[in-house]
Design a protein around this ligand. Structure first.
Ligand code: SAH
Length: 340
């Protein structure tokens, strides 16, 4: 059985050609899936009955479902535990702002990057998510909350460690004959696989890129982020410069503030040396404490003070707004708790 909601319109055209269907049928089916959101050939009543029966024998739809919902009482943030077809579990978050709604989606079941402050990686990588699972993640949250305006790929997993599926997912979700989401409404966050950052730039997909820098010194970064042993900060700056040159998209640098660890004077100086004069943005994120990492959440004053010190050095820094703080399980924690 071939997974139909995993396919770009061109792939469906080829599959249909092999089966001697007329070319326009591919667009019809693609629209049925991505515009009308049907996930059953029986509902595609504008297809001939015989074709529907033949398609059912050959193709299937991958579906995922909500296992548990956590709703904030402070704002309208919702966190979901989602069950994949093989019963594996991932997380997604829906956030409602005044003028837009954003969802944060997972890209892998688990993660193999090993960052010490991150809950998602504690049990390693189980497997990559497929393009159709990523698509379904979005459509499921839209079915529950209405159309969304932005997607951030910042949930469980390292998206650039699942490059091919992520690329296909972006191609499908931005296709003008389907969901037609704009490239600039998608943000991909990476722990820093520099060769893949360049590959992403070369795809021409032009999504927003966020780099999880967190430490501006290689030695220090490597203590908390094993990926830093493979790719140096210089590699990352080369790759993000390349990304900016190719796409014209300003790269944002994420910085999880861990009080007493990476908000020291040396960190401010290192960040300045690294980023001054570049068209980048530093996004300060308060550490979300997890059981396995013995550090507290920084207070509002610590964050503000660090931000001001960066601004004084001529850097462009803001503090990320926290949503749904009463259901504040950082990504990966809900899944880990559920597994326990
Ligand atoms: N693997 C990708 C995307 C998923 S993580 C990446 O590393 O960018 C999304 C963001 O959440 C990253 O910036 C990550 O460093 C951050 N993060 C991980 N654990 C966190 C925690 N405990 N508190 C705050 N942010 C965290």
């Amino acid at each position: 059985m071939i997974n139909i909601n995993d396919k770009t319109i061109y792939e469906i055209e080829n599959l249909f050609k092999e089966r001697s269907y007329q070319k326009f049928r591919a667009k019809q089916v693609f629209r049925a899936i991505h515009v009308n959101r049907l996930n059953d050939f029986d509902e595609m009543t504008d297809l001939p009955l015989k074709m529907r029966e033949d398609l059912k024998a050959d193709f299937k739809f991958e579906r995922i479902k909500v296992l548990k919902t956590f709703e904030s009482k402070i704002d309208s943030t919702k966190k979901y535990l989602l069950e994949l077809p093989d019963k594996n579990i991932v997380e997604a978050v829906y956030m409602d702002y005044k003028d837009r709604s954003t969802i944060c989606i997972s890209s892998q079941v688990g993660c193999r990057m090993g960052c010490s402050f991150c809950a998602s990686t504690k049990n390693g990588l189980v497997r990559n998510m497929t393009a159709s699972e990523l698509i379904e993640e979005v459509y499921l949250l839209e079915r529950l909350n209405g159309p969304i305006s932005n997607i951030v790929i910042m949930g469980i997993g390292e998206p650039l460690d699942n490059f091919d599926h992520i690329k296909k997912f972006i191609e499908i979700i931005t296709d003008p004959s389907g969901r037609n989401l704009s490239h600039r409404s998608i943000t991909l966050s990476t722990s820093g696989l520099s060769p893949r950052i360049k590959d992403l730039a070369d795809t021409g997909l032009d999504v927003n890129l966020a780099l999880s820098l967190h430490y501006a010194d290689d030695k220090k970064r490597a203590v908390y982020m094993p990926v830093a042993k493979k790719y140096s900060i210089k590699d990352l700056i080369d790759a993000t410069d390349y990304y900016f040159d190719k796409t014209g998209r300003r790269v944002s640098f994420e910085y999880v503030v861990i009080d007493g660890v990476n908000n020291l004077t040396e960190d401010v100086e290192n960040l300045r040396d690294l980023l001054f004069g570049k068209n980048v943005h530093i996004n300060l994120i308060p550490l979300n404490p997890i059981e396995e990492f013995n550090h507290k959440k920084p207070g509002a004053r610590v964050l503000e003070d660090f931000k001001q010190r960066l601004i004084k050095r001529g850097l462009n820094a803001t503090i990320r707004r926290s949503m749904g703080i009463d259901i504040d399980a950082s990504c990966g924690q809900l899944r880990n708790n559920y597994a326990r």
